[in-house]
Design a protein around this ligand. Structure first.
Ligand code: G4P
Length: 283
């Protein structure tokens, strides 16, 4: 669902997350592995503060495997434990509870010393829309939960769900807003489908897509759209024109752009990670 974020919604969503933080031992920060920085909420650090946290790079099946590992290492170097999972195909999801136990090992040891044994770890999933919070929750609890409160600021009676041997999950994920300020981030979110009705025209997003694949995976463009080496030397708008003609869409750049974007979202251009590690230093 597309959410229109107004200041009132943001304040409410933030307050709700802050209230829920008191209830949990650990936060599961969910991001899209294709956008490990761009799909984070801009003020999450400020909201979460010192609460233990596990960063989960979801949709790892769509992201570049080498960069999945590179990003995990990057976050670890910044004292943020991170794992990559593919909740769609239930891959690595079991790691969540294991890593939570590792992160909370000291706390668990202290409880045991006081005679408290097997106390469940309580957790909440937090992230921007469409990163896969509901899918992860459903995988962890091993049944389909209708997430009725899946809208920022909607309050309902919250429940703890058994999500593993010793893991309990709050049934309402924390939904926070994406980064708006940066145009490049906006295009990345639009291209991956994190923002559906975006502020951009389809051709702006498609031009970004063409620039990205020309730089990192030109051979994929070439193969998918039967392009020549010379085609790849065209500037982005000329290449879009060429592709539009090739699709038989005359001068309908918008439809051609939508087609390119859909191909990218569906993985027809292979696995890719839009956020590059060297961009992180400027974050
Ligand atoms: P949310 O609660 O954070 O808003 O996200 P949700 O679980 O609804 O997931 C958003 C979309 O992402 C869903 O696709 C879901 O199937 C997909 N998804 C979640 N986790 C993974 C993953 O690990 N790998 C892949 N490949 N896809 C994943 P959808 O319902 O079809 O919506 P959409 O594709 O139209 O966005």
């Amino acid at each position: 669902a597309t959410i229109q974020w107004f200041p009132g919604h943001m304040a409410k969503a933030k307050k709700q997350v802050q209230e829920n933080l008191h209830l949990v031992d650990i936060v599961l920060e969910i991001v899209d592995a294709r956008l490990p920085l761009s799909s984070r909420n801009p003020i999450l650090d400020q909201i979460i503060q010192q609460k233990p946290r596990l960063m989960i790079l979801n949709k790892a099946d769509l992201a570049d495997p080498t960069l999945n590992n590179a990003w995990i290492n990057y976050f670890k170097q910044h004292d943020l434990p991170a794992i990559s999972i593919d909740s769609q195909h239930n891959h690595n999801v079991q790691q969540i509870e294991k890593q939570a136990q590792v992160i909370l090992a000291d706390k668990i040891a202290r409880q045991q010393a006081r005679g408290i044994k097997n106390k469940p770890i309580r957790a909440i999933c937090i992230g921007i829309p469409n990163v896969g919070k509901s899918t992860i929750l459903n995988r962890l609890v091993k049944r389909n939960i209708a997430i009725t409160g899946n809208h920022p600021g909607v309050t309902k009676k919250q429940q703890w769900l058994k999500a593993g041997k010793r893991l309990e999950l709050l049934d309402t994920p924390g939904i926070l807003w994406p980064k708006f300020e940066d145009v490049l981030v906006g295009k990345k979110l639009a291209l991956t489908g994190a923002i559906k009705d975006s502020l951009f025209h389809a051709d702006d997003v498609a031009l970004y897509e063409l620039a990205f694949f020309k730089q990192y995976f030109p051979e994929r463009l070439q193969k998918r759209y039967s392009l020549t080496i010379d085609d790849l030397k065209l500037n982005d708008p000329d290449l879009l024109m060429k592709l539009t003609a090739g699709f038989g869409l005359r001068e309908d750049y918008e439809r051609a752009s939508e087609r390119l974007i859909l191909d990218c979202r569906k993985g027809k251009l292979g696995r890719y990670t839009l956020d590059q590690i060297d961009e992180a230093t400027h974050d």
